[in-house]
Design a protein. Structure first.
Ligand code: SF4
Ligand code: SF4
Length: 441
């Protein structure tokens, strides 16, 4: 058996907890009565609202216009009446204006498949423009506007397109189910991205704990004779991060402060590949996504297709509510996700999971002094010294933390996870980065 690929340095292997929802086929979450659609789903500038209270909207209407180079349009998945534009708190802890829409029951977007020939006749520029029009962002969590990533800067070349099917966060199975249930569409989306960026090689990376996905993708690639390679990876967190994935597959390292394209690579999530397929073949804007609802306090863990703007409480209700009072509700995975306290928080384009965790899953041990064991240093995939950085940040010495590559921290949480003293190291890194941003502004 071939040796499984992985990245070189650091990383952890938390309990996978995938079995709670692994075998659950994707079901559709019923439509909510009210949508709350933020204008800041993505990295970069929030979209500019195009609607006002009282406006009538139809499913698929653009309600927010991209407001800068790094920005993305926002569409409504249902028709209805705009009740108000108000500020909402997003899972990452910042506020965004949002359109509150009283939805018309049963009003969903529908489109026609233009067929493969129509797509084949498009040139890369037109394809990128359609991706931009559809408001597609990276669906693995970072939500970077996809059309910006697909516009290769002058002087750079995309040698490799890597399709990220790693989904290394515990509990999550949304990408896994997409690769099993929408195999051909994900692969077609990957081929469209390859054409847009001009990559000479396409590699799909999937961790070995997803045997059904590996089998489905390998079989489909073979039967369609597609020029793609499917590679199995060792189970190790944070392999789904693009820098670690590139290292695992290409044995190339993205330089400090650099981007994957600097070493000839573009990484796209399987959910993004599917969104690209739907945009190009059907003209469908990104207005819904598959996410996993799971955790030991979730009554009925499952994988659901949910309209963007649906309140989290509505999705939880669809999954049978809580089996016991959760200690925490986390949006995303347990390693990089954010706890929320307001269940009316909406599902966003980048929402990969909703986890209801009991007190047994939530780390409740008290913090003790650092014992200089060095485990956080060993676990850091970026080769940083988390304990040293934390102390610098704790003393307000942000500039020295920056000199020690604080900005390379990807907030993966490996250091906090492994720390025997339960020091909130990743929270410290986030704070230090926030302080540096404030100093710059
Ligand atoms: S959160 Fe940052 S410092 Fe901690 S392990 Fe991850 S990259 Fe390293
Ligand atoms: S893992 Fe925790 S206790 Fe050990 S050196 Fe790092 S911060 Fe200190």
């Amino acid at each position: 058996m071939a040796r499984l690929l992985t990245f070189r340095r650091g990383g952890v292997h938390p309990p996978e907890k995938k079995s709670l929802s692994r075998g659950e086929p994707i079901s559709r979450c019923p439509d909510p009565e009210t949508l709350i659609i933020p204008f800041a789903h993505h990295l970069g500038a929030p979209a500019k609202p195009l609607v006002s209270p009282g406006d009538e909207v139809k499913p698929g209407d653009k309600i927010g216009e991209s407001a800068g180079f790094i920005s993305a349009h926002v569409h409504t998945p249902m028709g209805g009446k705009v009740k108000e534009i108000r500020s909402v708190y997003l899972p990452a802890g910042f506020a965004s204006p949002a359109a509150v829409i009283e939805a018309d029951p049963g009003s969903s977007w529908s489109g026609t498949d233009m067929g493969e020939d129509a797509c084949a006749s498009m040139d890369p520029k037109e394809m990128i423009s359609r991706v931009q029009e559809a408001g597609i962002v990276g669906m693995g969590g970072a939500a970077f506007p996809a059309h910006v990533k697909f516009m290769i800067p002058k002087g750079k070349q995309a040698e490799y397109l890597i399709i990220n099917g790693v989904e290394c966060e515990p509990y999550l199975n949304a990408d896994n189910r997409l690769m099993i249930e929408r195999t051909d569409d994900v692969l077609s989306g990957a081929m469209y991205i390859q054409k847009m960026i001009g990559a000479r090689e396409v590699i799909i990376g999937i961790e070995s704990n997803k045997p059904e996905s590996l089998q489905a993708m390998t079989q489909a690639v073979s039967s369609r004779r597609l020029p793609l390679t499917v590679r199995s990876l060792k189970v190790r967190y944070p392999q789904g991060d693009e820098k670690q994935l590139i290292e695992a597959l290409l044995k190339r390292e993205v330089p400090s402060g650099g981007l994957p394209i600097d070493i000839g690579a573009v990484v796209s999530n399987v959910g993004t590949a599917l969104a690209v397929y739907e945009a190009l073949r059907m003209g469908k804007p990104l207005m819904e996504r598959v996410l996993t609802i799971s955790g030991e306090a979730a009554s009925d863990p499952k994988n659901v297709l949910v309209k963007v703007g649906t309140p989290i409480s509505h999705v939880i209700e669809h999954a049978g509510g809580f089996s016991s009072p959760p200690d925490k509700v986390v949006i995303g995975g347990p390693m990089m996700g954010f706890s929320i306290y307001d269940l009316s928080t909406p599902v966003m384009k980048g929402t990969s999971g909703i986890l209801a965790l009991t007190k047994h899953q939530v780390n409740q041990a008290s913090r003790t002094p650092c014992i200089s064991c060095g485990r956080c240093v060993q676990a850091c995939p970026m080769g940083l010294n988390p304990t040293k950085l934390y102390k610098l940040i704790d003393h307000g010495n942000y500039d020295e933390a920056k000199q020690r590559f604080l900005l390379d921290c990807k907030e993966c949480g490996c250091c906090s996870y492994i720390c025997v003293a339960k020091i909130p190291l990743v929270q410290g890194m986030r704070w230090g980065k926030l302080m540096l941003r404030k100093k710059q502004s």
